[in-house]
Design a protein around this ligand. Structure first.
Ligand SMILES: Nc1ncnc2c1ncn2[C@@H]1O[C@H](COP(=O)(O)OP(=O)(O)OP(=O)(O)O)[C@@H](O)[C@H]1O
Length: 258
């Protein structure tokens, strides 16, 4: 295996994402909600994991705890070898900025910046400066070389999501967290976005954790985990979309999501 930016700051053999017996409770007393109830998992380098489950089963909370956007109530979250518990906020911010990339359903691009400026923003914020080759390379990879100077409002939803993915690729982040990345896209556009994510894992060795409601989207991942009431109830390896859909229909819940 070749050394890449992705590996540079992490001891060999340490999973980029690890959760140990994580619980997350929102609120106190009779109104408290247990969003995660003892979740343990390890994601290996270059793996692509989809998290499925009914609405309210804890998918986003799981992703947020793994990414250091939210703190577990009990248990441990370790990101690229760093224990997030008790980490000072500025160190956590640096870790997220330098080693992690996010892709959200709502794209989260800065509307006043062009596609290229959006892609280079994390590097500028991290003090790495402008790197036109990396920016243009990432935009070319997502098929948007000719849109580099367009603002988000001049791009379709699928194009905006591809800019967000170009931004994630350009950072060389070890871990890419994607929360419903295809939720706002049509089927064909979603397929191209998922293909890009799959390549980022397989080729660039980025570790990807993606929440989704869509069995087809989940089938692009190499592992699918199923949450019910904050617990992992099932794992599938390289399932087909039909197998995922069948498993979803078997989940013990009143509400199977959208
Ligand atoms: N900030 C919060 N305060 C209180 N309760 C919360 C908060 N965030 C999430 N919850 C609750 O935690 C549970 C899990 O929510 P979460 O958003 O993780 O589920 P999800 O599986 O991602 O749902 P969806 O598929 O609808 O996005 C839900 O019952 C939710 O209402």
């Amino acid at each position: 295996m070749t050394d890449t930016v992705v590996d540079a700051a992490r001891p060999a053999g340490v999973p980029p994402v690890a959760l140990e017996h994580v619980t997350k409770t929102y609120g106190v007393g009779p109104g408290a909600v247990t969003a995660l109830d003892g979740v343990s998992l390890e994601l290996q380098e270059g793996s692509f994991t989809a998290v499925m489950g009914p609405s309210g089963s804890g998918k986003s909370t799981l992703l947020h705890c793994a990414a250091g956007l939210d703190a577990p109530t009990t248990g441990r979250a370790v990101l690229v070898g760093e224990d997030l518990a008790g980490m000072p906020e500025d160190a956590l911010t640096r870790l997220r900025r330098d080693r992690v990339a996010f892709v959200f359903q709502a794209f989260n691009l800065i509307p006043t910046l062009t596609a290229a400026q959006n892609v280079e923003l994390p590097g500028l914020l991290a003090g790495r400066g402008r790197d036109r080759r990396t920016t243009d390379g990432a935009l070319a990879r997502v098929g948007l070389a000719d849109r580099r100077d367009h603002r988000p409002s001049e791009l379709s939803g699928g194009q905006q999501q591809r800019v967000a993915i170009a931004r994630a690729l350009a950072t060389g982040a070890a871990v890419l967290f994607a929360d419903e990345p295809t939720g706002a896209l049509d089927t064909r556009t979603a397929a191209s976005v998922l293909e890009l994510l799959r390549t980022a894992a397989a080729q660039d060795r980025q570790t990807i954790m993606m929440t989704t409601h869509d069995p087809v989207a989940a089938s692009y991942a190499d592992t699918v985990i199923f949450l019910v009431d904050g617990r992992i109830v099932e794992r599938m390896t390289a399932p087909s979309a039909d197998e995922v859909a069948t498993q979803v229909s078997r989940l013990p819940s009143r509400d199977r999501g959208r």
